[in-house]
Ligand binder design. Structure first.
Ligand code: COA
Ligand code: MG
Length: 278
């Protein structure tokens, strides 16, 4: 399943939990962590449990719990009660592979084995990204720039050079382990142009999707992941030419040499076009 757009909705706001799947997001995340004030956590757990039992949308429904060792166990007790299960669980502030393993054990104690989406947003997480991606339960890595910047004491800039290394390391770790890579948020949800440009940068780096906080952002992100007609036409020419070229390793399309990496790119373009046309 595609994970182009990953929209958060605060767990203590039942109206937003119910509206989120209508946004067109590939994944909605019912949040129990930073989006919920400490005093509201218990109310949020119950609201998320209710929303999960009432809703059955076509998109993936994920729950972001609190970090393991804090209240993850309490979160799962309430969220999963009555036999309801989300499609996946997001673990924030993942520092090493043991965090994912601990969560997988907790899930097992709650009789479920849903995949874990691991949010990497600290120096330790970035350094251990490879092991986190390779943990059995991990199905995606997400990069959280804001918390990462706070953790290392960097300053956020419009160019984003302060997160470049971390952002690229996360995508490399996810790719090596064969799991999805989901890019950081664009926090200014009024700034559509900024979001579009930042989504493109993430796609250029190899990201499969991007997090969002507002339904309006979902449209922009899904569009950015939709190949243009020209790209689709190029990809089709390339794959047609491959058929004709038969066993030849490299051949030419539009005066450009095509070999294995460009074939892979053409296939990816057609996969993205197929997702966009669903
Ligand atoms: N999920 C579902 N619906 C949302 C939404 C979200 N994340 N954000 C906004 N909406 C809805 C609003 O309820 C409103 O619906 P309505 O037209 O039926 O009244 C509509 O979209 C327009 O919202 P708008 O008035 O532009 O925004 P807002 O001021 O209500 O909310 C935020 C702004 C940032 C508070 C809100 O987008 C939000 O809560 N985002 C998620 C925050 C979060 O989860 N953070 C933690 C993870 S990083
Ligand atoms: Mg956070």
């Amino acid at each position: 399943m595609a994970r182009r757009s990953v929209l958060f909705a605060p767990g203590d706001q039942p109206d937003k939990l119910r509206k989120a799947p209508d946004s067109g997001a590939d994944v909605v995340v019912f949040d129990l962590e930073d989006g919920v004030a400490p005093a509201e956590k218990d109310r949020a757990r119950r609201a998320v449990n209710e929303a999960l039992s009432d809703l059955d949308p076509a998109c993936e429904v994920c729950v972001r719990i609190n970090p393991t060792g804090i209240t993850a166990d309490d979160d799962l007790d309430t969220v999963l009660s009555g036999g309801v299960t989300p499609d996946s669980v997001m673990l924030p502030k993942v520092a090493d592979a043991a965090d994912v393993t601990t969560l997988a054990q907790l899930l097992e104690e709650h009789d479920t084995d849903v995949p874990v989406l691991a949010l990497i947003e600290s120096a330790a997480g970035v350094l251990h990204a490879e092991a986190i991606a390779r943990a059995d339960a991990t199905d995606a890595l997400l990069f959280g720039a804001e918390d990462y910047v706070a953790d290392v004491g960097a300053t956020r800039t419009p160019e984003g050079t302060e997160v470049l290394y971390a952002r690229q390391r996360v995508v490399a770790a996810a790719s090596a382990a064969g799991v999805d890579a989901i890019d950081t948020l664009w926090t200014d949800f009024e700034d559509t142009d900024g979001l579009r440009a930042d989504t493109r940068r993430g796609i250029e780096m190899g990201y499969d999707g991007k997090m969002a906080i507002h339904p309006r952002q979902v449209t922009v992100i899904n569009e950015a992941f939709t190949p243009t007609e020209e790209e689709v036409a190029w990809a089709e020419r390339v794959l047609d030419a491959r058929e004709e070229a038969d066993d030849v390793g490299a051949f030419a399309v539009d005066g450009e040499m095509i070999d294995a990496p460009l074939l892979a790119q053409a296939e990816r373009i057609l996969e993205r076009a197929a997702v966009a046309n669903r």
